[in-house]
Design a protein around this ligand. Structure first.
Ligand SMILES: Cc1cc2nc3c(=O)[nH]c(=O)nc-3n(C[C@H](O)[C@H](O)[C@H](O)COP(=O)(O)O)c2cc1C
Length: 439
């Protein structure tokens, strides 16, 4: 079990940190708490002290009766500098809630209180859980500060979307739930224990999964058979590699992985809107959802009646090209992955044409005429096309296919591409690992 240092800043969500302490304590972790002076206007030290069984610190010049130790640790004979000693003793420093103000200070090396000074001195992993009003969160300054922190290897959990503290306000900015923050802490601790095998740490990955439903009336829709398994496997694999993952989930038949931020959508238009909001903040976009190509021109407001009808004509019009639209707005450094689910021969030619036409970095092509792979099945078999080559990944569970795709993404980001000949006998991961040099 770990020693977790919790930093609490000034925001309404500070009350939720008490629940975090309770959960972390029940899970067997030992905790110390640092508060900013502002946070003490929201929640007092006494509650944290009662729950952790240790003194709370807020000022740099306050004496620490525990001399920088965590519950259960022997106190040194001398009086160490507690802004240094607390982080030296911690396995992890989590700041939850992290206010916009403190995030700005962390990004720019500010050290004007005990919480920020300790962060600057921390050698252990740092995790922040932003919590603020949606306009503050979406402000370019906050986004740039978070991007800077991520680049430096700081992990970020949340925020979630939903009802915000101010009356009537909804949007992104709600602090991640305490259980989610604890899960993120435990993932970081496990990654650290496993020797830091986290090649995607610091990257934000946006994955779409599932199939969109285009309303015909209030109860009927035009849909497809996508279960979302491929996208969910990709989200889980990216998270296991240390990425911060947002999953835009359209009507999933399977559970979303724990610990990823989930934005639930129904139709292609909703999926497009969620992607447009998230896309500017991501490093990698993986568009695994089956998004409708056509949508009913109008959706009837109630349930269409059968009586008196001989038949029903539904006019379908093209749905907006979500991926094409995002690709047109891409920034330098973003990697875009599309999927091409095609029937039979011509699949590769179509996938390459899609890659070129939409300006993508990778296209994952699969032949959905084979019922054993693709839509709604546990397995897949794909060809990953890049700008300079292609990799065949033989039939395998979608979890393994996801790993192979992310390997290709990382190679593309690293500027190396490779081509591997089809070899139906060897395992997909082995084939990818044995990649020769760029052709
Ligand atoms: C009632 C109230 C609620 C606030 N909620 C938040 C919040 O949720 N997130 C945030 O970033 N700032 C919030 N603020 C503003 C911060 O308290 C302010 O930026 C402060 O300087 C943060 O200090 P700290 O980062 O040192 O804790 C709130 C202020 C008030 C008065």
């Amino acid at each position: 079990m770990a020693r977790i240092l919790l930093g609490v800043t000034g925001g309404i969500a500070a009350y939720k940190s008490l629940e975090f302490v309770r959960l972390a304590d029940s899970a067997g972790h030992s905790l110390r708490v640092i508060q900013t002076p502002t946070s003490q206007r929201f929640v007092g030290a006494a509650s944290f002290e009662a729950l952790t069984g240790a003194p709370v610190l807020a000022g740099e010049f306050e004496e620490d009766p525990a001399r920088g130790t965590f519950p259960g640790q022997p106190a040194p004979a001398h009086r160490p500098l507690h802004h240094l000693q607390l982080v030296a003793n911690a396995d992890l420093y989590v700041i939850a809630p992290a206010s916009a103000n403190t995030i700005a200070k962390l990004a720019h090396g500010g050290a004007d209180n005990l919480l920020t000074t300790a962060a600057l001195a921390a050698k252990c992993p740092l995790l922040v859980a932003p919590a603020m009003n949606n306009h503050m969160y979406e402000h370019a300054a906050t986004q740039a500060n978070l991007a800077l922190l991520r680049e430096r290897g700081v992990a970020v959990v949340g925020p979630d979307s939903g009802r915000l503290a101010s009356r009537g306000e909804h949007g992104a900015g709600r602090m991640a739930e305490p259980a989610e923050i604890l899960a993120a802490c435990e993932r970081l601790l496990a990654q650290q224990a496993s020797g830091d095998q986290v090649p995607m740490r610091g990257l934000r990955v946006l994955v779409t999964a599932g199939g969109t439903r285009e309303p015909i009336d209030a109860v009927r829709f035009v849909g497809n058979r996508s279960s979302g398994r491929m996208g969910v496997a990709l989200a889980a694999a990216a998270q296991a590699r240390g990425a911060e993952v947002t999953l835009v989930a359209a009507n999933l038949a399977v559970d979303a992985p724990d610990g990823v931020t989930v934005r639930r959508v129904g139709s292609a238009a909703e999926l497009g809107e969620a992607c447009r909001r998230e896309f500017p903040h991501c490093d990698v976009l993986v568009m695994a959802a089956a998004v409708a190509d056509f949508t009913p021109a109008t959706a009837a407001p109630g349930k269409l009646k059968k009586a008196g009808r001989d038949g029903l004509m539904i006019e379908l019009v093209p749905a907006p090209d979500v991926l094409g639209g995002l690709a047109a707005e891409r920034s330098a450094g973003q990697t875009l992955v599309g999927f091409a689910a095609e029937h039979g021969p011509g699949m590769l030619a179509y996938a390459r044409e899609k890659l070129e036409r939409k300006g993508l970095d990778l296209v994952v092509a699969n032949d959905v005429s084979d019922p054993a792979v693709g839509f709604d099945s546990e397995s897949n078999e794909v060809v990953v096309l890049t700008r300079t080559g292609e990799v065949h990944v033989g039939r395998a569970p979608k979890t393994e296919i996801a790993d192979a795709i992310l390997d290709a993404v990382m190679r593309a980001r690293g500027g190396t591409e490779a081509r591997v000949e089809d070899d139906a006998q060897s395992a997909p991961r082995q084939r990818l690992r044995a990649l020769p040099t760029r052709l």
